[in-house]
Write a protein that binds this ligand. Structure first.
Ligand code: NAD
Ligand code: DAU
Length: 353
């Protein structure tokens, strides 16, 4: 049997594929456009592994995706492919609409057409799992209850609006055409292979490079952090046992203010890789202009997936963040290739412009 993963060269997708192939013999067809966020170096350890087939394609290329589906006959498609960075969506929303909305629509069309041709048994067994975000629910005040699956969608950034639109399309393909879909809405991930434009890897990299650690506004915005491998285990669990058409919130019960997260990183770095002058990395913390429309607080109520599917995260924030800092210290070549753009030069050589 085979599954298709889209966006498998990105942060969460590559962790998902590495874990999947470590745990099972089922092959993965990885469809990724290799935008700036796609990095095949994340999957270097799979070189020569015949369970991983990489295909460079846009999820919006219905013809290529359709052909791949008919050739490999997957029993599931797990859709990670997206533009994922909120700040980029504020500066240039067009790519977010193109991939997250139009791309998801075209992918659904290709999948629907493949699924319609399957035998009744294969049709029933097939799953389309759409990986989404808690940001679709908008923002919380400090006293609001955490997001439940029943919360209204109130997206506030072009990124979250585009993800909300994709979630609605997925839902509509289930209700209208019967496509067997599942949707997950997860909180902030962190861990290995996280692109250093996002808060945690950016601050680890900047700290070690002697650069400022930029905190937007007052740094009291709250995010609910989940170690990426826990997100991957939750997706596997939903794929196995989720109820068709249902959505599942995934979170780590780890609400932290941004400033606290960055101070924690500094403390761990002070211990594991102290500055030559023995001054704390915390001295590099710099408050900068706030993100426009910055959501104040996200928090996930993960009761449904815990109760109905028996999933729980394995890491606490304390254990996960320490592993993450250690991973970045141990993988400075990866960081160097990403920050110098060397991996993109390679993509240019390998695939052309
Ligand atoms: P990422 O930006 O690291 O990776 C995205 C991947 O998708 C890249 O490999 C990129 O090349 C690929 N891609 C982009 N456009 C494509 C297209 N049109 N066709 C094919 N491939 C394309 O993102 P991530 O952080 O790994 O997030 C993966 C998914 O999880 C996204 O859907 C995101 O919305 C969701 N999510 C992320 C987080 C988080 O904290 N990072 C939390 C919850 C949900
Ligand atoms: O909640 C899930 C979402 O988490 C995912 O859907 C997104 O794909 C993912 O990028 C992430 O979005 P955030 O905007 O929360 O992540 P980011 O790492 O960009 O920022 C985390 C918090 O830190 C946020 O409140 C903004 C703040 N921040 C971020 C950066 C990059 C800073 O204070 N300084 C920074 O330099």
């Amino acid at each position: 049997m085979t599954i298709v993963v889209t966006g498998g060269a990105g942060f969460i997708g590559s962790n998902f594929i590495l874990d999947w192939l470590a745990l099972s013999d089922e092959a993965v067809i990885n469809i990724d456009k290799l935008t700036y966020a796609g990095n095949l170096e994340n999957l270097q350890s799979l070189t020569g592994h015949n369970g991983h087939v990489f295909v460079r394609s846009d999820i919006g290329d219905t013809e290529t995706v359709g052909e791949l589906l008919r050739t490999h006959k997957p029993r599931a498609v797990v859709n990670f492919a997206a533009e994922s960075h909120v700040d980029r969506s504020i500066h240039g929303p067009a790519d977010f609409i193109e991939t997250n909305v139009v791309g998801t629509f075209r992918l659904l069309e290709a999948v629907k057409s493949y699924w319609t041709e399957l035998s009744d048994a294969d049709k029933q067994a097939f799953r389309f799992l759409h990986v989404s975000t808690d940001e679709v629910y908008g923002t919380l005040s400090p006293t609001d209850d955490a997001f439940r699956e029943t919360n209204r969608y109130e997206p506030n950034s072009p990124y979250s609006a585009s993800k909300a639109a994709s979630d609605h399309l997925v839902r509509a393909y289930h209700h209208t055409y019967g496509l067997p879909v599942l949707t997950t809405n997860c909180s902030n991930n962190y861990g290995p292979y996280h692109f250093p434009e996002k808060l945690i890897p950016l601050c680890i990299h900047n700290a070690l490079s002697g650069k400022p650690l930029p905190i937007y506004g007052d740094g009291q915005q709250i995010r609910d952090w989940l170690y990426v491998k826990d997100h991957c285990s939750a997706i596997r669990r939903v794929l196995d046992a989720g109820q068709l058409g249902e959505t599942y919130n995934i979170g780590g019960w780890n609400e932290k203010a941004n400033l606290e997260v960055v101070e924690t990183l500094c403390t761990i770095l002070d211990e594991l890789s102290p500055r030559k002058d023995r001054v704390s990395y915390a001295q590099q913390i710099t408050f900068v202009k706030d993100r426009p429309g910055h959501d104040r607080r996200y928090a996930i109520d993960a009761t449904k997936i815990e109760r109905e599917l028996g999933w729980k995260p394995a890491e606490t924030f304390e254990t996960g963040i320490r592993k993450t800092v250690q991973w970045y210290l141990d993988n400075q070549t990866w960081v160097g290739n990403v920050t110098s753009g060397a991996y993109q030069n390679w993509v240019g050589q390998q695939y052309g412009a």
